[in-house]
Design a protein around this ligand. Structure first.
Ligand SMILES: Cc1cc2nc3c(=O)[nH]c(=O)nc-3n(C[C@H](O)[C@H](O)[C@H](O)COP(=O)(O)OP(=O)(O)OC[C@H]3O[C@@H](n4cnc5c(N)ncnc54)[C@H](O)[C@@H]3O)c2cc1C
Length: 451
């Protein structure tokens, strides 16, 4: 296998990196994935999943996912479209075709990187060695776990009915009760989907070990007035906040953060986006079990550390409890043994991976590349969320100071904070930028103190 780069993982991160790299450098790239195609975890996702945020923020830098379409009907009319699983997989298949046609990229599906510059086909058993000059790109450092591929993190009695969220779409006999286990985006999707199929809210029991803060989807849109306005409001709230809880309550008042139950203070801030129509539906679910993590499921009973809860004897327990976001230690993106893809601007993994691809293509010195692109973690607790924003803002200041990177980033829709070239401008945009300039320095300083 002759290549300058071996990209291990053909999910969102590996694809965004490769697309940016080959568009700006004359290099040969081998991309490998254990799975049978490109698209990463989306290949095995539950069929009713959609991106939780605008399609424009996801994918590869050369090609806008979803064509910038707004939703024309339904409860999110006027918001950007959000691609379905099928649309995401189709998009990545086309992106791969484009890369392969460039003559610079070769894709090896069903092929595992086993270390030591060696990859092995899981189908033929053939082994390939990579040359010494080839740089290894770790594009799976933050790969999510998904319920379809990860056993439930609780014991399951032989007579209990426990299914991964994927199986919901194939239910053939309605049980008297559904038990949804998990506090995150997958669990909210499962609840909304059950309600959309006419399940009575009282027939759903939601085991929510932690209460989540989520972001209002209406303010995370690829429109600079909306996005920069939201960041300015966030910084204004941070500036005035007396504690992290106070910050999130201020963000709730500002219409940025949402919580399902206003009587409980959330501790979890992975902060996926949620629409207000979804929030209204989630609030119809009254049977919420907040007793920490589920330890075991038996027929008709859920077992927790401090006792058990009775459920219907034929209840279907829906496993939505895999770690969608990962929190390994932050490592420098460029190290001698590997380029490790991580988000750079907070919370936007595809933009981060694309930026690393662009910087790799246009710079030689690894120390300088690391200075320009320090990594940021994903949010988990409220403190993590604040730290993610502090580090992400510092990183943005660093890479945006380079004129060519700033110019490239303004042309890439994956960059949520861009003002596209030729944008007509408006008084509203001027106001948002002025507010951001005024509130960002004190807001970030306060956020750093709160962390
Ligand atoms: C249901 C769900 C919805 C999400 N929605 C959004 C969203 O709307 N917006 C957003 O920004 N983020 C979203 N995320 C967050 C998620 O982190 C992103 O999709 C992310 O960018 C995942 O891409 P990845 O490339 O890191 O991981 P993956 O898609 O998992 O890709 C990594 C790939 O590496 C391969 N691999 C690993 N080890 C090896 C090896 N040794 N050899 C060969 N191949 C290997 C794996 O097979 C895998 O295909 C969502 C996550 C989930 C689970």
């Amino acid at each position: 296998m002759d290549a300058d780069y071996l990209v291990v993982g053909a999910g969102a991160m590996g694809m965004a990196f490769t697309d940016a790299l080959v568009d700006h450098a004359d290099v040969r790239v081998a991309v490998v994935d254990r799975r049978h195609s490109v698209s990463g975890h989306w290949l095995e996702a539950y069929p009713f999943v959609r991106l939780h945020q605008a399609s424009a923020f996801y994918g590869v830098p050369s090609t806008l996912l979803g064509g910038g379409q707004l939703q024309r009907s339904g409860p999110e009319e006027g918001l950007q479209e959000r691609a379905s699983q099928a649309a995401i997989c189709e998009y990545y298949a086309r992106a791969l075709d484009r890369m392969v046609e460039s003559g610079k990229v070769e894709f090896f599906p069903n092929t595992e990187y086993v270390g030591g510059r060696t990859v092995v086909s899981q189908v033929s058993g053939q082994r390939y060695e990579l040359p010494e000059r080839c740089r290894i790109v770790d594009a799976h450092y933050l790969a999510p776990s998904i319920p379809a591929e990860k056993p439930p993190p609780f014991a399951v009695d032989a007579d209990a009915r426990v299914v991964a969220v994927n199986a919901l779409a194939r239910i053939e006999h309605a049980p008297r009760q559904y038990v949804v286990v998990g506090s995150g985006k997958t669990a909210t999707d499962a609840c909304i989907w059950l309600l959309s199929r006419g399940v009575d809210p009282d027939a759903i029991c939601w085991v929510r070990p932690r209460e989540p803060w989520m972001m209002n989807r209406a303010v995370v849109q690829p429109d600079p007035v909306i996005f920069l306005g939201m960041v300015a409001d966030t910084m204004h709230a941070a500036e005035q906040a007396s504690s992290l809880d106070d910050l999130f309550l201020r963000l709730e008042d500002a219409g940025i953060m949402l919580r399902i139950d206003r009587t409980v203070l959330p501790t979890m801030a992975k902060a996926p986006t949620l629409a207000t129509w979804e929030l209204d539906q989630l609030r119809t679910l009254q049977n919420v079990v907040r007793r920490g993590h589920l330890a075991a499921v038996g027929p008709g009973r859920l077992v927790f550390g401090d006792g058990s809860v009775a459920v219907a004897s034929d209840a279907v327990v829906v496993h939505c409890a895999a770690d969608g976001l990962k929190y390994p230690p932050l490592v420098p993106v460029w190290r001698p043994d590997a380029i490790t893809l991580q988000p750079i601007r907070s919370g936007f993994p595809c933009f981060g991976a694309a930026l690393v691809g662009y910087v790799e293509a246009t710079r030689d010195d690894d120390a300088e590349k690391n200075r320009l692109c320090p990594p940021t973690p994903y949010g988990n607790s409220t403190a993590d969320w604040a730290r993610m924003n502090v580090l992400g803002a510092r990183a943005a200041t660093s890479f945006s100071a380079e004129p060519d990177i700033a110019e490239w980033a303004s042309r890439v829709p994956l960059n949520p904070a861009r003002i596209p070239p030729g944008h007509p401008g408006s008084e509203a945009l001027d106001r948002a930028r002025e507010r951001l300039a005024a509130h960002a320095p004190p807001g970030l300083a306060r956020l750093a103190e709160l962390v």
